[in-house]
Design a protein. Sequence first.
Lengths: 61, 217
Amino acid sequence: MSDDQEARITTLQTQQSIMTRALVAALEGRWQGEDSVEAWLYALSPDLQGQLQPDPPVIAS
Amino acid sequence: MSAELDTLDQQQALLTDGLRQMLEGRWVSFPSLQADIEALSPGIELAPQPPVLTSEAGPEPPAYAWNPDADMPGQVYDWTCSCCATEYVERGAGAPRGDDVYANREAVVYDVGYPHNVNSAYGLMDGSGAELQRVLADHAGIETKQGWLSYDQAYAIYSVTFGLGSGGAYYHWVVFAGVDGSSLVIRNSAWGYKGIYDRIGRDDFNRLGPWSCIWAY
């Protein structure tokens, strides 16, 4: 395996970890703010900053 | 190996986009979470149950305790309906002026402003109900909004909160106490006036409009 391939695998593993945190946030109703879907999405894709128009689900309480 | 990594990169991009679609409220159709899942897993059979979005949700219930079943005695004077409705809202929201409904109503009349804001010639002078909003805020601390509402708007609002309103062709103020099936529940100090009792449906609402509606928030 080349260094480039190892680096890409490491990146993918990090992304999967972030993805999992994002899914947990979605399930637990944290769509915006700290430890939220929005926050983890920016971690995955920083260029989305300022581009989103959130319209999250209404959380029953 | 390189091809597998390319595939994983593409899948990760779809997953990331799926998060974006969920966050922005696009659950089905295209672009959407559904579309991303179908791209990740061609041929997958889905049974989407999209959630209610923040943009689709109605108003939040207000923080007041509301009793929709308080008594509504008939009005004694034909011009005091707005004050009767206001007094009911105060009492129903836990801020009665006293034990005597008729004395309460008289106090509301003077708080609204007799004769310049409410009188025997015209009833409530400002048909929007702005003076009623002021009295509700000043006496009972009930903050309200006002709007000229369609039936569907009124139904959505009064399914979660309470208030009062008047139809232009009705020329009468009633309390909106909630909903029952497809009808609005009202508390009416003029029982039977223009064929309306304690419910008002879409047809009657439209017949008696346009409606200035006030609601607690």
